[in-house]
Design a binder for this molecule. Structure first.
Ligand code: ZN
Length: 141
């Protein structure tokens, strides 16, 4: 199995059984995302505490395998993390899927499974949809 197959497996797995799927109790941030190019839709829910920690994060919606797997991986990575880390990850993830240099000192972990998207520019919006929703949810005051 090469690295590409491994990445594919992560995407297939997260699409088949998305993590953190549903509407969490007591969320205090919400944002919706829609990618008209592909038809992906999602609603992102967050509970951010007073110290700026993402206590809970979950999503609902439907879309292609890339969009669902990306949202699933994102929520898994961000649960329990400070908002500042989420913003750093967004920058680094965006570079990963658009083919830019990765940010030094930012470990993308499982998010790296989506690196293959850079070969398919039309799918970049699928992979970044949840991240753009995250950004608007965090900027909403
Ligand atoms: Zn899509």
């Amino acid at each position: 199995m090469d690295l590409y197959d491994l990445y594919q497996e992560v995407i297939v797995d997260h699409n088949r059984s998305p993590r953190n799927f549903g509407k969490p109790e007591g969320y205090n941030r919400i944002a919706e995302g829609f990618n008209p190019l592909c038809g992906d839709r999602l609603t992102l829910y967050l509970r951010v505490d007073d110290t700026g920690t993402i206590e809970d994060i979950a999503f609902e919606g439907e879309g292609c395998a890339i969009s669902v797997a990306s949202a699933s991986l994102m929520t898994e990575c961000l649960k329990g993390q400070p908002v500042s880390k989420a913003e750093a990850l967004f920058g680094s993830f965006h570079k990963l899927v658009t083919g830019g240099e990765s940010e030094p000192g930012v470990d993308l972990g499982k998010l790296a499974a989506l690196a293959g998207v850079r070969e398919f520019p039309s799918r970049v919006k699928c992979a970044t949809l949840c991240w753009h929703a995250l950004k608007s949810a965090l900027n909403e005051k």
